[in-house]
Design a protein around this ligand. Structure first.
Ligand code: MLT
Length: 216
């Protein structure tokens, strides 16, 4: 177990020097939760996995909420800034290029990853957002240079009662208006992760590997 800034985290290095997957768990998870998913998605990647530093009745999260789907926007901003700073410090501490980073977030983890993309353009340039929903709008569209600000895959569930199709589409619109090259796929599932998520994510990752990194 290691600590960096406000996070307890795991870093599992793969000497192959491929991608670094930033794994962001859902409510009640921890830094171990998404390690198997990360391994499945990219066996060559190093894994950087922080534990959410906000507790809701003992359950770790990445930002406060007032009720299901009702977020404390001031806290979203504060925690997005903390996570953005963590990524930069971790890149120095573990000697990886920030461009090699790709976030994989589930539920609350997807929401904080999206908030970092919207509020701190350039820190997370690629992401797989599993069951993400709109939390906050970017105020920084104009801060990014012309061209793509990054790329993301948003995987949503048609029957998801939490990250509903409507809230997922709102996030898709927010990301697109921040010039993130987004693929949004709706699966015939609920909030839980399924084999179909992994299959679609693996295909997107292999296409990503073939494409040049989004320009700064
Ligand atoms: C969750 O339970 O994680 C939520 O549905 C998403 C969030 O609160 O960010």
């Amino acid at each position: 177990m290691s600590m960096l800034g406000p996070y307890t985290y795991q870093f599992i290095e793969n000497p192959a020097q491929g991608r670094v997957l930033l794994l962001l768990h859902g409510t009640g998870g921890d830094e171990h939760d998404l390690l198997p998913l990360g391994r499945m998605l990219d066996p060559q990647a190093s894994l950087l996995s922080p534990r959410g530093n906000v507790l809701e009745q003992g359950m770790p999260r990445f930002f406060r909420r007032l009720a299901e789907g009702v977020f404390d926007l001031q806290d979203v901003r504060r925690r997005a800034a903390e996570l953005a700073a963590f990524v930069q410090v971790a890149a120095t501490a573990h000697a990886f290029e920030r461009d090699s980073l790709l976030a994989v977030g589930y539920s609350n983890g997807a929401n904080i990853a999206a908030a970092v993309m919207l509020l701190h353009p350039g820190v997370i340039r690629r992401a797989i957002l599993l069951r993400g929903m709109s939390s906050i709008r970017s105020e920084a569209h104009q801060a990014t240079a012309a061209g793509s600000a990054g790329a993301a895959l948003l995987l949503s569930g048609e029957r998801d009662p939490i990250a509903t199709p409507q809230r997922a589409s709102e996030l898709a619109n927010d990301l697109r208006s921040a010039r993130i090259d987004l693929r949004h796929t709706m699966l015939p599932v609920g909030h839980e992760l399924t084999r179909a998520d992994i299959d679609v994510a693996q295909t997107w990752l292999s296409e990503c590997a073939a494409a040049p990194a989004p320009a700064e």
